[in-house]
Design a protein around this ligand. Structure first.
Ligand code: CAA
Length: 406
């Protein structure tokens, strides 16, 4: 078992760490207060190659492995949850689904511009009346000749008003439960598509979160992802990847809590000595270290399984549940260590606390993950290989230039 990171992984980690330190952390509080997405964020992430980090070079990406994707998400959320959320939807939920399920034409048309950061992407699964309860969504897709007509509303969609491409799940056979759902690539310029933003959120305030409305949207058959009736599997596969990025990001948030709390505990004095010398503060720092290290191992294991091409729904779900739950606890303790200052936005820890709460809700609530883990233990849920897996990482294939491919 090798716990070391290779040169490429270390280089990508350093690149993102430097970007976050220089360009993200200095302004993150300002954008959070404005409750707006920093307009520089998406273009800079595109320019640095982050939006295509683990996509093969032949599809416009940087050719790094899936562990690097996790490391990048950890570094991003060390500074800013909003930036990691962008990776979860644009990259985890959407681009990796195109890599997994897309035809060559779909990859060339949609994945290449997404990986290059020329187009932004989002994921339309959740509805006003269906979050955890995916199977009871009401969006429909009716086939008419060589088109599908889509109707419905998607809600709590990150990047809804910024994305050019949406991966939308709708019902093609409403009587067939999860076997009656189909996945489509919908573009924001299709007539009948409207989007808007949601304001007044507890956390991820600088993030773009909104809704997508579809009214008689004509989607060509060639934009169907997977076969008719495979939409639930496409969605669950997408979540296997999105949840991985959420888990890794939550580990970055725990690290932020630990680092800020350690710094503050060494500076702040009570009773004539730094609070870091009080046993109850030490205990909190020790717990945060425990939460950081244990969650990190879980996401790295899931990343390793992805590299190997092994089904990882169970391990990714566990990593997401544990890391996000621990990030809430770490943020609570970070605020407590900061005392009254932790209660004000003079310090970042109040933002960490508000942001941490999103992670235990989106991409499967902690309760959904607990049910899934229990069902694995009870033998009610299996981990059999799928018809369509995320491809295993193959450095030679991922890094080959397009010219060499032709
Ligand atoms: N990959 C591919 N196929 C999968 C799969 C996966 N990971 N998981 C399940 N499937 C397949 C199963 O093999 C099964 O196939 P067969 O019928 O051929 O056997 C089929 O899908 C049904 O699977 P289950 O019986 O496991 O489905 P379920 O009904 O038990 O699942 C659930 C229930 C786990 C609660 C699921 O509905 C779920 O995960 N809900 C949470 C949804 C969620 O996370 N939403 C977040 C929205 S995205 C978001 O928040 C992003 C944003 O923009 C902020």
């Amino acid at each position: 078992m090798d716990f070391s990171l290779n040169q490429e992984q270390l280089a990508a980690q350093k690149m993102v760490r430097d970007y976050v330190a220089k360009e993200v952390i200095p302004v993150v509080g300002e954008w959070d207060r404005k409750q707006e997405l920093n307009p520089a964020t998406l273009p800079r992430m595109a320019e640095l190659g982050i939006l295509g980090i683990s996509i093969p070079v032949r599809y416009g990406g940087q050719g790094f492995d899936y562990i690097t994707l996790g490391l990048v998400c950890e570094e991003l959320e060390r500074g800013d949850t909003t930036s990691r959320v962008i990776m979860s939807v644009h990259f985890g939920l959407n681009s990796l689904s195109l890599l997994q399920w897309g035809t060559e034409e779909q990859k060339q048309k949609f994945l290449v511009p997404q990986a290059r950061g020329e187009k932004y992407a989002a994921f339309g699964l959740t509805e006003p009346g269906a979050g955890s309860d995916v199977v009871n969504m009401t969006s429909t897709a009716r086939r008419v000749g060589d088109k599908y007509i889509l109707n419905g509303e998607k809600m709590w969609i990150s990047l809804a008003s910024k994305a050019h491409h949406f991966l939308v799940i709708a019902k093609t056979d409403p009587s067939a439960g999860h076997k009656g759902m189909t996945a489509f690539i919908v573009t924001s310029d299709m007539p009948g598509v409207t989007t808007g933003d949601i304001h007044g959120k507890l956390g991820v305030r600088a993030g773009s979160t909104g809704w997508i409305n579809m009214e008689n949207v004509e989607v060509p058959v060639e934009n169907r992802l997977g076969e008719e009736g495979e939409g639930f599997k496409v969605a669950m596969g997408a979540l296997d990847n999105g949840r991985y990025t959420v888990a890794a990001g939550a580990v970055g948030l725990i690290r932020a809590c630990l680092e800020e709390s350690t710094k503050y505990a060494k500076e702040r004095k009570t009773g004539g000595k730094p609070i870091a010398e009080h046993q109850l503060i030490k205990q909190k720092l020790a717990y945060m270290t425990n939460w950081y290290e244990s969650s990190r191992l879980l996401y790295l294991k899931a990343g390793w399984m992805k590299n190997e091409g092994v089904r990882n729904t169970r391990e990714t779900g566990l990593a997401k549940w544990v890391a996000t739950d621990f990030s809430v606890q770490a943020a609570l303790e970070a605020v407590q260590i900061h005392g009254s200052y932790g209660f004000s936005d003079e310090y970042p820890v109040e933002r960490y606390l508000r942001n941490s709460k999103g992670g235990v809700i989106y991409e499967g609530t902690s309760e959904i993950h607990q049910l899934m883990q229990a069902d694995y233990v009870l033998g009610n849920r299996d981990d059999k290989p799928l018809r369509c897996e995320l491809p295993a990482y193959d450095a030679e294939y991922w890094q080959a230039e397009p010219e060499a491919v032709r």
